[in-house]
Write a new protein. Structure first.
Length: 623
């Protein structure tokens, strides 16, 4: 094309396209899901802009926020068109080729090990899945701020963009034309397409129409032979209708003779019903529907179910409906960018209109692992995102969401048969339901335990609720995870404090001299081996009126021993000498203690200072 401007794909994008083109991945259907999802995103964007400026929608058909699919069997083209926001020339160049998304290289890497293309949408490169089925793709797009342009590529490392001088004007939006590969001709089959669209558009909130063939009866003038055929068929009807038949025949004779033939015409057929799952009564939504909804919301199309979910509505001053999910797995970068980004995974809707999925005012950072959606009737529709961000109702929504999220996680633990104390175990029926919930909390803890710990550090209001969710191993738990409530239920009579010790590993802690005496006396000691635990314990001072005591720190009380006073007296001179002999800036005090059993002495840190483990962590951070 004369006016075409050529570009090279960014290197990682080019590699990704090579992988897709040469992929033996059998589930090629996924390209349709990605295109529908992009069309829906583009429609969300224009609808959002229209909230504050109606003009952007235009008039007539342009204002119809819909998706249209057409099949051209002769030219072997499948096209998907939306009346969304569209792309300017610059958008086409950047979004479809020259700027690699942050997920591109992560996805390329993943493809080389697993080859599971199903996850492509999660990495923000779903568009390129079109090359699973097409060898040539055209993207025609019209944005309100620019002329109509065509992007095209045969996935040979380059693409071209030209001002569109030959296609019909789109008004606004994007049309993607896939020139299907020989082995992908099945996507020209209407029935296949209908099935796929239904499957992939279950939760799309815009109408999706297919230009579908329809058989219609048409009356045409009949010639002689065929009219006798007609009579035969009417005679074969049941005898009860005989009288009516006669009457009809009489009428027929008065009219000019016609016959009915089947004729194929085309019309738009609506394929989805756009029900919003969150507006339905939770009692009427099945587990399977929630699972599918989770997959579409999170773009996580693995075959795993979410660990748990909560669907509720809040009434009163601030009204909203919400669905929250705990994913089966933590995303690869959950804690990597924890302090730099505040991207929550909740989608915000106001009266069913999608507003944003980057609203950081909905959940605190430590709950960013949750996926879900909030739809509020209380928030105003016609204000900017910035103004919405400051709306006073958001505080109330946030507070309720946190409560509900923590309740949901607590229930996950309560319903897990592995979580109960041995003594209650008998009471839990071995139903299939409880089998399914078995081990779910340990799974949760494994994936998201760190988030709970960060929550304890950051969220003073909910500290106690979060502490209930903590799990850890102890000196007597035999490799199993246990909770603070379980620890307390096992405390020895007379034991006032909750004992814990911090270190690098369970193996190291088990050998610690600080445990000698406690072990002999059968005290249980919590093992904290994650670096974040040191910070955690600076915030977690007590639980259910019990203080936490680090057993490697000053202040450990194991009950009085009758010999204590006697020993103190007889070693008075030695302790005095020792204190003088050690440099006073390094050692605060030398004391007789009953914390040891076999080792003669041990260095203890002061109550308010850092533990030796914390010293180690701080040192490794400054190096
Ligand atoms: P993602 O949808 O996760 O951003 P994709 O690879 O699916 O990643 O799409 C890349 C980008 O291309 C989108 O972010 C969007 O900017 C643009 N895009 C794709 N399809 C459309 C469309 N139908 N209308 C407008 N923009 C689109
Ligand atoms: Mg996409």
């Amino acid at each position: 094309r004369a006016n075409a401007q050529k570009f090279e794909f960014q290197a990682e994008v080019s590699r990704l396209m090579d992988i897709i083109i040469n992929s033996l991945y059998s589930n090629k259907d996924i390209f349709l899901r990605e295109l529908i999802s992009n069309a829906s995103d583009a429609l969300d964007k224009i609808r959002f802009l229209a909230l504050t400026d109606k003009e952007v929608l235009g008039e007539g058909d342009d204002a119809k926020l819909e998706i249209q699919i057409k099949l051209d069997k002769e030219k072997k083209i499948l096209s998907i068109r939306d009346r969304g926001i569209g792309m300017t020339k610059e958008d086409l160049i950047k979004n479809l080729g020259t700027i690699a998304k942050s997920g591109t290289s992560a996805f390329v890497e993943k493809m080389q090990t697993s080859g599971d293309l199903n996850l492509i949408g999660q990495f923000g490169v779903g568009f390129y899945s079109v090359y699973l089925v097409a060898d040539y793709v055209e993207v025609i797009s019209k944005h309100n701020d620019d002329k109509q342009y065509v992007w095209e590529s045969k996935a040979d490392g380059a693409f071209a963009v030209s001002e569109d001088e030959w296609n019909e004007p789109l008004g606004r939006g994007t049309e993607i034309r896939l020139h299907l590969r020989d082995e992908a001709q099945e996507y020209l089959d209407e029935y296949k397409l209908k099935d796929l669209v239904k499957k992939y558009s279950e939760f799309i909130n815009f109408p999706i129409n297919l230009w579908a063939s329809k058989e219609v009866d048409e009356e045409v003038p009949a010639d002689e032979d065929e009219s006798s055929d007609d009579e035969e068929t009417s005679e074969s009807k049941s005898s009860e209708e005989g009288e009516e038949d006669d009457a009809e025949k009489e009428e027929d004779e008065k009219k000019p003779k016609t016959k009915t033939i089947k004729k194929t015409t085309y019309e738009w057929e609506l394929l989805n019903d756009m029900k919003a799952i969150w507006l339905r009564n939770p009692k009427e939504v099945t587990d399977e529907e929630y699972t599918k909804f989770y997959h579409s919301l999170s773009k996580d199309f693995g075959d795993e179910k979410p660990l748990t979910w909560s669907h509720f509505s809040a009434e009163g001053d601030v009204e909203f409906k919400a669905v929250l999910f705990v994913p089966p797995k933590a995303p690869h970068d959950l804690y990597e960018s924890y302090y730099n980004s505040n991207k929550s995974n909740l989608k915000l809707y106001v009266r069913r209109v999608f507003i944003s999925d980057e609203f950081d005012e909905l959940l605190p950072k430590y709950l960013n692992f949750l996926k879900g959606l909030v739809d509020s009737d209380t928030l105003p529709l016609n204000v900017s995102r910035e103004m919405l961000q400051q709306h006073s109702s958001l505080k109330t929504i946030k507070k309720k969401l946190i409560r509900k999220a923590l309740d949901m996680i607590r229930k996950l633990a309560e319903e897990d048969p592995d979580e109960s104390n041995d003594k209650d175990k008998k009471d839990i029926e071995e139903s299939s339901d409880s089998n399914e919930k078995k081990g779910q909390y340990a799974k949760f803890w494994n994936e998201f335990g760190k988030s709970i710990k960060l929550g304890i550090i950051e969220d003073a209001t909910n500290r106690n609720r979060l502490a209930k969710l903590l799990r850890f191993e102890t000196s007597t738990s035999d490799g199993k995870l246990t909770s603070l409530d379980q620890y307390i239920s096992r405390m020895k009579s007379g034991q006032k404090d909750i004992f814990y010790i911090t270190g690098t590993s369970k193996e190291q802690l088990e050998k610690s001299p600080f445990l000698e005496r406690l072990k002999k006396k059968n005290y249980e000691v919590i093992f904290f081996t994650d670096p974040v635990d040191e910070y955690l314990m600076q915030y977690l001072m007590d639980y259910e009126d019990k203080k936490f005591q680090n057993v490697s720190k000053e202040g450990l009380k194991l009950g009085k021993d009758s010999k204590d006073k006697e020993l103190k007296e007889s070693f008075k001179e030695l302790t005095k000498w020792w204190k003088g002999a050690l440099a006073s800036e390094n050692v605060d005090d030398v004391k007789i203690s009953n914390r040891l059993a076999d080792s003669p002495c041990v260095v203890v840190t002061s109550k308010y200072g850092w533990s030796s483990n914390m010293e180690r962590i701080m040192q490794s951070q400054t190096l």
